[in-house]
Design a protein around this ligand. Structure first.
Ligand code: NAP
Length: 351
């Protein structure tokens, strides 16, 4: 009741149509925020995640690219934002090698643009920046925390490192309540189809229903610290509720290889399979029909791979009372169950 009497806080989420944007919007709506979301396109298909979470009609969506300064200024004049979550990005590491300039313009200059607009506002606005564990790159440390040096290995990581340091500069120079959330990989049924985890769960679900033959992947020995997006967006909000703005690592502290992710997915599907071959010739075979389910394709290897990344989230645990809730096996199961349902509905399969 008290909540209803209080004026609603207004949050701006850039990248609202993405995985984290959708879960964060759902989380903030539950906290009674008014949400304005930015997207570059108003094409209907772009909002599938917001539709899936049943929140599309509860959000006001504006077609603004974060590089468009004048439109941003107009937006900030119209809405008195309390909190801004900058999730918009060219977020595909592989694509960043092909489009380094565009990646930099969106991830680095775009972030700087928003910081500049916030600096010129008369009111205090809290700012969250989606930093990334990719900034650690080829790290010499077993665990990475807020003090670990960056050694970026991709145009994506470099652009995120620029944005990260811009946030720190604006916080120190202009006393803006601006924070970086250094988030390690986080997945969900809403993950984009080009990301490896979703490529695996969607591909295997199609194979399960005979709608695809093989999933082609790059280096399956890469290890990542994989969490669940819905757990991670709560940390974003918590970071903006502290008295003093600080940066935090958000992770699970555990790593699994892509191969382990595949094995976990196969377990959920109860398929009888075996790994054969080595390196580029390694394959996962369906023991029942001898068909190749997973095959390695050199084209999916990154020019510079990062190896293994593992986050130390002790600071977030201590100061934000945050910890991951969803286990790796639960996450994989959730993604497989969702993709089986998706494939079944798409092809009108009776099961
Ligand atoms: P995502 O699904 O790729 O969503 C990013 C969204 O940004 C896209 O849906 C896109 O929406 C929007 N966007 C791209 N360029 C834009 C521009 N110039 N102006 C306005 N919007 C733009 O990414 P995510 O997984 O939700 O991740 C959210 C953020 O966290 C990203 O910044 C990502 O780099 C960062 N991050 C993610 C992870 C992870 O594991 N998921 C880990 C660390 C950091 P439209 O096409 O509708 O414009």
């Amino acid at each position: 009741m008290l909540d209803l009497l209080m004026t609603k806080k207004i949050a701006l989420i850039t990248g609202i149509s993405g995985q984290d944007g959708a879960y964060l919007a759902k989380f903030l709506l539950k906290k009674n925020y008014k949400i304005i979301g930015l997207t570059r396109t108003t094409s209907k298909n772009n909002n599938w995640r917001l539709k899936k979470l049943n929140i599309l009609n509860k959000i006001s969506i504006k077609k603004i690219d974060i590089r468009e300064t004048k439109k941003l200024i107009r937006l900030f004049t119209k809405y008195k934002f309390d909190e801004v979550y900058n999730l918009a990005a060219q977020s595909y590491v592989n694509k960043s090698f092909k489009k380094p300039t565009e990646t930099f313009k969106i991830n680095a200059s775009g972030t700087l643009n928003i910081l500049k607009v916030i600096k010129d506002q008369k009111r205090k606005i809290k700012f969250y920046q989606a930093s990334s564990s990719e900034m650690f790159g080829k790290s010499r440390k077993k665990y990475q925390n807020e003090k670990t040096l960056f050694n970026p290995r991709s145009p994506y990581a470099k652009s995120k490192a620029f944005a990260h340091h811009s946030v720190i500069n604006y916080r120190k120079k202009y006393q803006i309540h601006a924070v970086n959330g250094i988030l390690f990989n986080h997945e969900s049924p809403l993950r984009g189809e080009d990301f490896v985890t979703r490529k695996i769960t969607l591909g295997l679900s199609k194979i399960y229903f005979n709608k695809q033959k093989t999933v082609y992947l790059g280096n399956i020995n890469l290890k990542r610290d994989w969490g669940y997006s819905e757990d991670y967006v709560t940390a974003m909000w918590k970071m903006l509720q502290t008295k003093k703005p600080k940066d935090y690592v958000i992770a699970t502290g555990k790593t699994c290889s892509i191969k382990q992710f595949i094995n976990e997915a196969i377990k959920v599907l109860k398929l009888k399979t075996k790994w054969i071959g080595k390196d580029l010739n390694e394959k996962l075979i369906n023991k029942v029909n001898n068909k190749t389910i997973i095959s390695i394709d050199k084209k999916f290897f990154r020019p510079k791979d990062v190896g293994s990344l593992k986050g130390n989230f002790n600071k977030a645990k201590k100061e934000l009372n945050w910890k991951p809730k969803t286990s790796f096996s639960k996450l994989v199961k959730m993604m497989i169950v969702s993709d089986l349902e998706l494939v079944k509905n798409k092809y009108k399969i009776k099961f």
